[in-house]
Write a protein that binds this ligand. Structure first.
Ligand SMILES: [Zn+2]
Length: 211
């Protein structure tokens, strides 16, 4: 009888161990596997943006990238962009190469200018951001206007857009899933991370761009 009770007890213990949560490895990153990327922050000379707005966006986006993909973005050079944000792609050699430091790997231009482009149906559409994946140049348009706007998930609009553009730098494609910040119009998405975005970013985590 005593033995039978012992086995019953043992069975409960084994079952408990089998279903114990937390057995799978945690998704946390340590300083040894985090990639830190220095970002050159460029403020448009013609239509500048309040610097505190774009510094805040970068901090929030960096926090998410660190948590989900082990990549941190820190503000490097902060400079004035004196090129034309309406002519794409931006002339990198002329306006960016010698303005940012060589240690900066990604360049983000912030402008209060809005950007419209013609659609095939003859109407015009507003371009919220543009990314050149080869030189790692991102332009964020109409920033002053969107500073308080939210995406459909209630997240800051500009953060969702920047998350989207940075993901392009790591080779993530668009998706029709409106939950994802990789929906073509990121500002109309719920701004969420998806396993697909995480997967592709992690594969290309050590990617380098033209300097
Ligand atoms: Zn896109």
């Amino acid at each position: 009888m005593k033995i039978a009770r012992f086995f019953a007890y043992l069975t409960v213990l084994i079952v408990l161990f089998l279903f114990l949560p937390g057995a799978s490895p945690q998704k946390a990153y340590t300083s040894s596997n985090i990639r830190t990327i220095s970002v050159c922050l460029l403020n448009d000379k013609e239509s500048p943006v309040n610097e505190s707005i774009f510094r805040k966006i970068l901090v929030s986006v960096s926090r998410e990238y660190e948590k989900n993909a082990g990549i941190r973005f820190k503000a490097g050079t902060v400079a004035v962009f004196s090129g034309n944000t309406g002519i794409l792609p931006v002339n990198y050699e002329r306006y960016l190469k010698y303005v940012c430091r060589l240690t900066d790997e990604v360049r983000i231009i912030f402008t209060s200018e809005s950007m419209e482009f013609p659609r095939p149906d003859g109407k015009t559409e507003e371009l919220v951001a543009h990314t050149d994946e080869d030189t790692a140049v991102i332009i964020m348009y109409n920033v002053g206007n969107y500073a308080r706007a939210l995406d459909w998930g209630g997240n800051p609009f500009l953060e969702t857009v920047l998350k989207h553009e940075i993901a392009h730098l790591f080779g993530v494609d668009h998706t029709e899933d409106k939950n994802s910040f990789m929906y073509p119009q990121a500002n109309l998405s719920l701004g969420r991370w998806t396993s697909e975005a995480e997967r592709v970013i992690k594969i290309n985590k050590i990617r380098e761009w033209i300097k």
